[in-house]
Write a protein that binds this ligand. Structure first.
Ligand code: SF4
Length: 501
């Protein structure tokens, strides 16, 4: 689809224009200079002053002409940035309604294209807006459907049950530890994940750097008397390293981090079943790791092969039982809707296999074509289900989880996610991952250690977010981890103590 947009000189609108168009059409190109072979022309008039904003949009192709307009008063503006945000919302509103009428597709998430819809609802409730009023705003200003508002509400309530002090955790931090190795690289993956075989030298130096980071950050937290709420080992696959290396790592955690016994939750992703062994499970148990993830993604063998996961379905099941025997009693499993070659029938099969295992939590992802993945680079090679079928598969997940007493407790969305749907974490009561809530709702600082680990520093007073990323490849990390650690400590000093100066 080639869309020619007129009347939008301000470049800050260009990204929302692209993101919203992507919700409706598979391949969209947007032009701001006249495009002779365009499929659509949309002409905008955006007009605003200190009090209100009005946007008129006219869409036209060879046969159809549609016009929409929307006007809104600004509310509570203090900054230019906030004013622009509100203008952008009205503009997106008109653009979305034009495209909805043109295509006949209703976007259940309305104009929201961001990753964290529930954060928006939390923010409104934290501001003291009543539930009813907040819902009305989501419906009216963002065009979110009742189905999704209900889901958001359910999740927000669930999160506040699990973490009643969620809005008061700004003075604590959580820690993310990134281990950038996997047995092989999956086709849809854009995480820092390097095939581990034959890389022992690299692994050794990486772990040296990681131990250093843990010691230094731990020392700072102890000195400043800052508590850790949760710790999460991700990557990559943190169980790709040997049992002995894992043992030393958790030993380091207990020695370096403050008050580890009272950390609310420690999770280790053991995503790839082919990395799990009895020795590694013993190590996890020895260090009281509360929660692990073993990820089938699908129970169809051909699918696993097609996406480059070199393990068998049987291995997933066998390792799951092994983990149980070894006493792991909070296991999460990830499934992906819309993997190549899969439709409703295959997904139903995957759910029926899940029924034989009944993990404590189940995270249902919808496949997204991330720009840097092998799957996106070779998109034609991978046949995926239609928008309608993806939606039916999601409905199956909702029905299945509700039938088996799993409650949704966090959700996030991604760009280029199939069918413009979402990823939802479901859990049995009391087995939810607190870290997942922390990362999604951005209520506290998360310090990233290790390769590719992203830190998110949240100012305890203003809520302002500062991002900081460690290098993604082990070589650069190995050359520079000391410098990155120092920079993080400087940011933390500034964040937590600058107001005392
Ligand atoms: S197991 Fe996870 S991190 Fe590793 S390559 Fe596959 S998707 Fe990426």
């Amino acid at each position: 689809m080639r869309i020619y947009i007129k009347g939008v000189a301000d470049e800050r609108f260009h990204r929302p224009l692209q993101l919203i168009a992507n919700l409706f059409f598979e391949e969209t190109e947007i032009f701001f200079d006249s495009a002779a072979d365009r499929d659509l022309l949309i002409d905008f008039i955006i007009d605003y002053n200190e009090v209100d904003v009005k946007v008129i949009g006219k869409l036209q192709d060879n046969e159809v002409k549609i016009e929409k307009e929307h006007e809104r008063q600004f509310s509570g503006i203090t900054t230019e940035k906030e004013q622009f945000r509100q203008v952008k919302n009205v503009f997106s509103y008109v653009y979305l309604t034009l495209l909805q009428q043109y295509t006949g597709i209703t976007q259940k998430w309305g104009i929201l294209t961001g990753v964290r819809p529930t954060k928006l609802l939390h923010k409104k409730l934290q501001q003291g807006i009543s539930k009813e009023q907040a819902h009305a705003q989501l419906r009216k200003d963002y065009l979110i459907t009742d189905e999704k508002i209900e889901l958001m509400q359910k999740i927000v309530e669930q999160q506040l049950n699990i973490v009643p002090d969620l809005y008061d955790l700004q003075k604590e931090v959580s820690i993310y530890i990134g281990i950038p190795f996997c047995p092989t690289k999956c086709a849809y993956c854009t995480f820092p994940a390097y095939a581990i075989n034959g890389k022992q030298g690299k692994v050794d130096s990486f772990l040296g750097g990681l131990h250093y980071e843990m010691r230094e950050i731990g020392r700072w937290l102890k000195d400043k008397d800052i508590k850790i709420t949760t710790v999460y080992y991700g990557g990559g696959t943190p169980t790709s390293i040997t049992a002995e290396e894992m043992d030393m790592l958790y030993d380091e955690m207990y020695a370096s981090f403050p008050d580890v016994k009272n950390i609310r939750e420690i999770t280790v992703e053991a995503g790839r079943p082919d990395t799990i062994s009895p020795e590694k499970l013993d190590v996890l148990k020895k260090w009281n790791i509360d929660r692990i993830s073993i990820n089938p993604q699908s129970y169809i063998q051909e699918t696993l092969k097609a996406i480059g996961r070199h393990h068998t379905v049987e291995e997933t099941i066998e390792k799951y039982h092994l983990a149980r025997e070894k006493g792991m009693n909070n296991i999460n499993m990830d499934l992906i809707i819309g993997l190549p070659g899969e439709g409703v029938e295959e997904f139903q099969y995957t759910l029926s296999e899940t029924e034989n295992l009944m993990p404590e939590s189940l995270t249902v992802h919808t496949l997204s074509f991330k720009r840097a993945s092998e799957m996106t680079r070779n998109k034609l090679k991978y046949k995926v289900a239609s928008r309608e079928e993806i939606s039916s598969m999601m409905d199956e997940a909702v029905k299945w989880t509700s039938k088996h007493n799993y409650e949704p407790y966090y959700l996030y969305r991604q760009k280029n996610i199939l069918g413009n749907l979402e990823n939802v974490g479901y859990s049995k009561k009391g087995q939810e991952s607190i870290y997942n809530i922390m990362i999604m709702e951005e209520q506290q600082t998360i310090i990233g250690l290790g390769c590719g680990a992203a830190s998110k520093f949240i100012n305890p007073e203003t809520g302002k977010i500062t991002h900081f990323a460690n290098p993604k490849d082990p070589k650069t990390y190995n050359d520079s981890f000391e410098q990155y650690t120092t920079e993080k400590i400087n940011i933390l000093e500034e964040l937590f103590f600058s107001h005392c100066k």
